[in-house]
Design a protein around this ligand. Structure first.
Ligand code: F6P
Length: 406
């Protein structure tokens, strides 16, 4: 086993709360072993700039004591409370040709790194993994994403804070919705996964939660069932409703739709009036249903990282450093059944690539998961299992692809 002197760390893909807490944990654990940690600015861009001579590698050294705002913030311990990333990130790779790949590899060589820790989501880890294969890098991945859709890990950095943000938004919207007897439709991020909408929606007291795994698109039947659910609430004296829709739910035509929340709000208002016109007494006051839509947007990627995310960040950072100390490379740090473990990164990336090729989410909400059952038991409308197409087939497809080796 080679003795470690210097490791690199970078953040890649969209930011999320908790990244600085991971950086802090890695720096602390590595420094205690006597290793230097080099922070790569803006992910792969940083390597290109190093290759171009724009950075003196010694200036990229991360220590526990930098980043002081005089008199207020002292070192990385305080920075762990801030979201974003002190290293900067890239949400899309800015390299395409072989020249840029060579430059990235040259930048890596110039830094004299014994190993690299990349904090990323499925897409960005795929890119870094590819570079690592070409350059023979000793790579460790740490999963981060508010979407919680990295395969083989139950938790990713940032998800818990984003759930808290959705929960807080629903709490805040409850009072204005109640004051005007309105149906508030909240569009939540998550790409093609429904984890964030489902967890945030349950925690925040949503009456309806639509996620792509259970309600792939806004079919006329789904809209009618939502209106029936709202009518039922109104009959029982609850005049307002909170509706959460994941951005990955498609429009009526089955195609991705920009501002799906807005489309849903309009559809609910229109169908409510139609139902009222049927003369059925169950829908007698549905002509009064007023809807408003909001897109929660990038606020879900910000906010003070929750204690839970900072704990995960600490545990993941420590594990990444331990793996390097053990000489176990090409691993993804994961959370599994209450423990931090690691999985072969090649298996993870193979799963991601195969799922993306087939246009399916690599780590969807399981349709019979505990939280889906909880939602149904609480009387939250999450789609009708009897009348909707069974998306379990997708889970089976993912399960057939995803065969982790330890
Ligand atoms: O993957 C994280 C995420 O926030 C998704 O939930 C969202 O669809 C996407 O990134 C937004 O990306 P961007 O910041 O590039 O618009």
């Amino acid at each position: 086993m080679t003795s470690i002197q210097r490791i690199g760390i970078l953040t890649s893909g969209g930011d999320c709360p908790g990244l600085n807490a991971v950086i802090r944990a890695v720096v602390k654990c590595a420094n205690r072993r006597g290793w230097d940690v080099i922070g790569i600015p803006y992910s792969t861009d940083g390597f290109m700039q190093v290759a171009d001579g724009q950075y003196d590698p010694e200036h990229l050294l991360l220590t526990d004591h930098g980043y002081d705002i005089p008199g207020i913030l002292q070192g990385l311990d305080v920075l762990q409370f801030l979201s974003g990333t002190i290293l900067g990130s890239l949400s899309k790779s800015r390299f395409d040709g072989p020249d840029q790949v060579s430059k990235i590899l040259a930048g890596y060589e110039k830094l004299n790194l014994d190993a690299l820790i990349a904090i990323g989501g499925d897409g960005s880890l795929d890119i870094i993994y590819d570079l690592a294969q070409r350059g023979g890098w000793n790579l460790i991945g740490i999963p981060k994403t508010i979407d919680n859709d990295v395969p083989f890990t139950e938790k990713s950095i940032g998800f818990n804070t984003a759930v808290q943000t959705v929960n807080s938004a629903l709490y805040d919207l409850t009072f204005t919705a109640a004051s005007h007897d309105r149906v508030m439709v909240v569009e939540v991020m998550g790409r093609d996964a429904g984890h964030l909408a489902l967890h945030g929606g349950i925690a925040g007291g949503a009456d309806v939660i639509l996620i792509p795994e259970l309600v792939p698109n806004l079919s006329p039947l789904v809209i009618t069932q939502i209106c029936q659910h709202i009518a039922d609430l109104r009959q029982r004296g609850r005049k307002f409703a909170l509706v959460v829709v994941a951005e990955g739910v498609h429009g009526e035509d089955g195609k991705p739709q920009h501002l799906i929340g807005e489309a849903l709000a309009t559809a609910i208002a229109d169908r409510s009036r139609t139902l009222c016109q049927t003369g059925d007494t169950a829908y007698c006051d549905m002509d009064r249903v007023e809807t408003r839509a909001m897109v929660l947007g990038h606020i879900q990627r910000s906010g003070i990282p929750t204690a839970s995310d900072r704990l995960l960040a600490s545990a993941f950072g420590r594990k990444a450093v331990d793996l390097i100390a053990e000489g176990r490379y090409n691993r993804l740090v994961v959370w599994e059944a209450g423990r931090v473990r690691s999985k072969d990164l090649s298996d993870v990336i193979a799963t991601v690539r195969e799922c993306h090729l087939r246009g399916i989410c690599p780590s969807p909400v399981e349709t019979d998961s505990t939280m889906v059952k909880v939602a149904r038991s609480l009387g939250i409308y999450v789609g009708d299992p009897d009348t909707l197409p069974d998306p379990k087939a997708v889970m089976q497809e993912v399960a057939a692809i995803a065969q982790p080796s330890y």
